[in-house]
Design a protein around this ligand. Structure first.
Ligand code: ATP
Length: 324
């Protein structure tokens, strides 16, 4: 292998830049060339490439987002689109790909590999932490810290006014952010997609908390929680049933995807990038690099996509105990 291509695809996450930097510099370290592919698979189809050397990734380790830009590409879902992409890679002399993204991006990489036998290694980049084969995806730790910092601020105003705050955090299918940031920020209740707490239990818990002398509370709610109401309907429901509460809603939204990556994410990105490039040089393909038991390990892409990263059920119990 003489030349590796790197791209970021799907939703961006803090730490993607640190991973690009690591891939580029590991290539330079091993005396192979590296090509940055802009806008994910769409840029691959359009031949939007740039040769990258160790100095083209100066001063990005601390930056959120991705200098290569990210995109979702419908065209890459078609055979013709992938054919164009392959022709561009061959023209540019690119012989293997590092794909930084989520499970959709990995699926695209796998499909491409099946068709053209092109070596692909994935780096898990998403704040949701919903990928099997790694205890942490890139950006997850940063997102947790962002959410905790914001909830701390909300708590200040909540306690000044004896209010109940519903804070909606990202996580359509996975409750990792809600559960961990909820415990970290001292939430009264945490609603996640993996568990249907039920409306009655929520009311019960809020009643208990009021009786125990708490005057303000924070409830952290993942976007995809299964309670069957969106966060605003939930506010109405609770206010109808518990008029003593003045409920405010805060939807955190995209701020959770931005910001400077935490030290943890920077170190993880650096480690994953090294392993991704060195795995390609070892002749590996169709693997994802991930963090398992504090070691960087390979998981077949197929498993990473199909497997589900489970939430830690013990954390639910810890959260319950903490709200005593
Ligand atoms: P996020 O975690 O933010 O959702 P993701 O990587 O899962 O990130 P997707 O939008 O699902 O994001 O996928 C990114 C891109 O991967 C798609 O826009 C498409 O170009 C490509 N892709 C996904 N699935 C396939 C597939 N079955 N065949 C070919 N390409 C695919």
């Amino acid at each position: 292998i003489k030349k590796i291509g790197v791209l970021t695809s799907g939703g961006d996450s803090p730490g993607m830049n640190a991973a690009i930097r690591s891939v580029v510099r590991t290539c330079a370290y091993h005396n192979i060339e590296c090509v940055g592919i802009y806008r994910g698979y769409q840029g691959m189809i359009e031949g939007d490439f740039k040769e990258m050397g160790p100095r083209s990734v100066n001063n990005i380790i601390n930056k959120g987002g991705t200098i290569l830009k990210s995109a979702r590409s419908k065209e890459f879902m078609t055979e013709e689109g992938r054919k164009k992409a392959h022709a561009n890679l061959v023209d540019a002399g690119v012989e293997a790909l590092v794909v930084i993204g989520g499970d959709g991006s990995f699926t695209g990489g796998l499909v491409f590999n099946k068709e053209y036998g092109f070596p692909v290694i994935g780096i898990p980049g998403t704040i949701d932490n919903d990928i099997f084969g790694t205890t942490h995806t890139l950006g997850y730790d940063t997102a947790l810290n962002t959410v905790v910092e914001v909830i701390d601020k909300i708590r200040d105003t909540a306690s000044s006014h004896n209010r109940l705050f519903f804070v909606e955090v990202m996580g359509r299918d996975a409750g990792h952010i809600a559960l961990n940031a909820g415990i970290g920020a001292g939430a009264e209740e945490i609603l996640i997609p993996e568990e249907d707490l039920g409306l009655e239990r929520l009311l019960e818990s809020l009643r208990k908390s009021k009786l125990s002398g708490k005057s303000s509370s924070i409830v952290v709610i993942a976007e995809g929680d299964k309670i069957g109401k969106n966060v605003f309907e939930l506010k109405d429901y609770v206010e109808e049933n518990m008029p003593e509460y003045d409920v405010r809603v805060s939807v955190l939204g995209h701020m959770q995807r931005g910001g400077a990556p935490s030290c943890f994410d920077r170190v993880l990105a650096s480690r994953l990038g090294v392993k991704a490039v060195e795995s390609i040089l070892d002749g590996k393909s169709n693997y994802m690099v991930g963090l398992l038991n504090d070691k960087i390990e390979l998981t077949p892409l197929e498993q990473a996509i199909k497997g589900h990263s489970q939430i830690d059920r013990e954390l639910l119990r810890v959260s319950d105990i903490m709200t005593t």
